[in-house]
Each structure stands twice: as C-alpha cells, then as structure tokens.
Design a protein around this ligand. Structure first.
Ligand code: MRU
Length: 379
C-alpha cells in the first residue's frame, strides 16, 4: 500500500520534478508519485507498492493529467507483474480508475500487451514483467519527446497567428511537467514562448473546484520565472472583453474522431468566449489523446465527482473518491448536492487548431485526425 514521505526539493526547476518515477529499493520495486494534492504547500511523495494503491492515487488526483496517467497506468501493470500480482486484474482496475482521459487505458493496455506477448511466446512471468517495465519506460520516453515536439509546433503556430509577438496567453487547469514525461502540453508551448522572450503574460485560470490552475500551473509558472497572473474562472469574460487575451492554450483528456475535445470543466466556456472575441483557441495534446474509437463528443464519458469537492474547501483538497464528506471547511449548507463534472466537451467548430507532436491540424476535421492516427499508429 501507499505510504508518504516528505522530501524537500528546494531549488529545483519544475521540469526537474518528476511527477512519477520507478524505483527498486531492496524491499522490492515501487512507483513513486509526487503528491499533486499537496502542492504548492509541500512536496511529498506517495510510494505505491501495488496496483490498488495506484488506483487510489489516480482517483484522488495524487497523479493526474492525461499523458502522465497513461505513463502511470503502464508502470502500474509493470508493478503488478514485478511483484507477482494478478496482472489481468490489476490492468482492468487501473484502466477503469478514471474514465475520461483515454491515455490511461491506452498506457495500461500497452504494457499489458507487452506482458502477454512474452507469455504467449513461451516466456516466463519474470521475463514478461521485464517486458512490461520496458514498455512503460518506452512510453515515458516517447511522451517526453512528444512534449518537446509539441512545444516547437505550438510556438510556431502562435508566432504565425500572432505576428506581433508579445503573446498574452490564457490557460486552464494544469498541463506542465506535472502531467508529462517532459514539460507538458499547452504549458510547454507557453514555456517555449517565455524562453524566447515572446510570452508577455500567462493568464492562469484558477480552475475550480480543485484549483489545478492556482495550485499547480501557478507553481510551475513561478518556478520557471514566467510573467503570470492568476484569475478566478469567472473573471475570464471581462479579461477577453478588455482585449487582454491573444490566444487560449489548453490540453485535452480525449479528442474524439470528429474533433470534439474533452478537457477540464471550464474549457468549453473559454472556447465560446474565444470564438465571440475572435481569439484562437488552441488545443495541445499528444497523439495518444486522439481516440478515433470514440465517434463524437456525446460518446465521451465525462467523469462525475463528489459533491464535497464543491461544497467544502479541503486541506489537502482532494479526499478519497466516493467519500462525500471531505472533512474540510463547508462553503455551502450541510447536505447540499453539487453538479461536479470533472470535464466538459468543446465541439470542433470552436477549436482553431489541435497541436500534436506530429504538427498542427487546422481546421480540425475527422479526416485530418484519422490521418494523424494512421501516421502515429493509434486506432
Ligand atoms: O482532473 P485532472 O486534473 O486530471 O484534469 C486534467 C486536465 O483536464 C488537463 O487539462 C488535461 O489532462 C490535459 S493535461 C495535458
């Protein structure tokens, strides 16, 4: 099961903080997670020694964000295999831990396939475990490479759409190193703009109810020395109206075959605002997030989370999934039920471009996404 250990990482840059790492102490292999529910107050690690602990960590958002969920899921299969647990059972539990980010199931099944292939070929469980771990490591490396490529393509697109330079970019939720094998998706683009002196301002949406924007994106922006300003989600309208936003950059949890984009709840209202104000709305995601098996936005399962995340301010913010009373400070009358979808879906006609590691898709069409998937061998 998981245990926690405080570990100071003073002075490190965000890109040096691994959201997760595989470790092999004498007691046996473990997956170590940076506990994202405790940021920015403290940097604490959660050590998972089995798949149920990792499932719990995924549900409670200790580890979160689409790309890294895929990586975590793959390592989870490797962990079950290395420790001699039932790999099939572990894989199913991990794949179903959260429903919306397609990367999670993809990562799990990829490591599971590698494990099975060795057994089918006559190898033993030890060899199969090694293969599952190698697959998880490969996915981890590929995501880092994809992140670098997305930053290059995304910055080129920003420069093309906004030739004056001095970009003022609004972002939502958290899409940096904490969600990635590299420096992230949308945040990596903003970081690339910052590094070449072309990011005038990063507007960071607070991202209610779990504050991934203020707790995590502001933390990453501050540690990278970026010019950023935090706003409540409902201040975005007046910011657009004041002409202060040049582009919106967000990530994605699943992009359906028709180009509908599921991302953190609050993304769709930003897309509507961007459309009204004729501001580019740019989605940055690796090809592993494109799911041509999901035909359209209506077919995307949107995770519904507990009322307590809205009715209470908790510290740490995230409590065990399924437990209604979070034990935090109430900000609504006792017993209040809340509508708390974790994600919303933006239709393709509101998306200016999808940036992946393979380049820019604009306009966002089913055909262009299908071609991308063929190229990256995702089905
Ligand atoms: O509920 P979370 O924190 O896992 O939601 C994460 C997001 O919505 C991110 O924006 C998305 O995964 C893209 S990260 C590259």
């Amino acid at each position: 099961m998981a245990d926690q250990q405080a570990q100071s990482r003073e002075g490190r840059k965000p890109s040096d903080i691994p959201a997760l790492r595989w470790d092999e102490p004498p007691e046996g292999p473990v997956l170590v997670l940076l506990d994202q529910t405790r940021l920015p107050a403290e940097e604490v690690e959660v050590v998972c020694t089995d798949a149920p602990a990792l499932v719990q960590a995924i549900r409670t958002l200790v580890v979160r964000g689409a790309p890294v969920l895929g990586i975590a899921g793959a390592y989870g299969v490797a962990l079950a295999a290395a420790r001699g647990f039932d790999v099939e059972e572990a894989a199913d539990a991990l794949a179903g831990a959260r429903p919306t980010a397609v990367n999670l199931e993809r990562g799990v099944r990829r490591a599971q396939r590698a494990y099975r292939a060795v057994l089918d070929g006559g190898g033993d469980v030890g060899e199969a475990a090694v293969a599952a771990l190698a697959e998880a490591r490969a996915l981890h490396d590929e995501d880092a490479t994809a992140s670098e490529a997305m930053a290059v393509h995304g910055l080129a697109l920003l420069d093309e759409l906004l030739p004056g330079g001095g970009h003022r970019v609004l972002t939502h939720c958290n899409t940096g190193a904490l969600v990635s094998g590299g420096e992230g998706t949308a945040f990596a683009v903003a970081l690339a703009a910052h590094r070449v002196g072309r990011l005038r301002r990063l507007w960071v949406d607070e991202t209610r109810p779990l504050l991934q924007g203020s707790r995590l994106t502001a933390y990453e922006a501050a540690r990278n020395g970026m010019a950023y300003t935090l706003l409540t989600d409902n201040a975005a309208g007046s910011l657009f109206a004041a002409g202060e936003v040049d582009a919106v950059l967000i990530g994605a949890d699943r992009i359906a075959a028709d180009g509908s984009v599921a991302n953190k709840v609050g993304s769709y209202p930003l897309a509507v605002l961007a459309h009204h104000h004729q501001v580019p709305f740019i989605v940055v995601a690796p090809a592993t997030t494109v799911d041509t098996g999901t035909p359209d936005g209506a077919a995307i399962e949107v995770e519904q989370r507990g009322s307590h995340e809205v009715t209470e301010i908790t510290a740490p913010l995230v409590q065990v999934a399924g437990v209604e009373a979070g034990g935090g400070v109430p900000v609504a009358p006792l017993g209040t039920q809340a509508y708390n979808p974790a994600f919303d879906v933006t239709p393709p006609e509101l998306v200016t471009a999808v940036v992946t590691e393979h380049g820019v898709i604009s306009p966002v069409t089913a055909q262009a996404l299908a071609e991308l998937c063929l190229r990256s061998r995702q089905v």
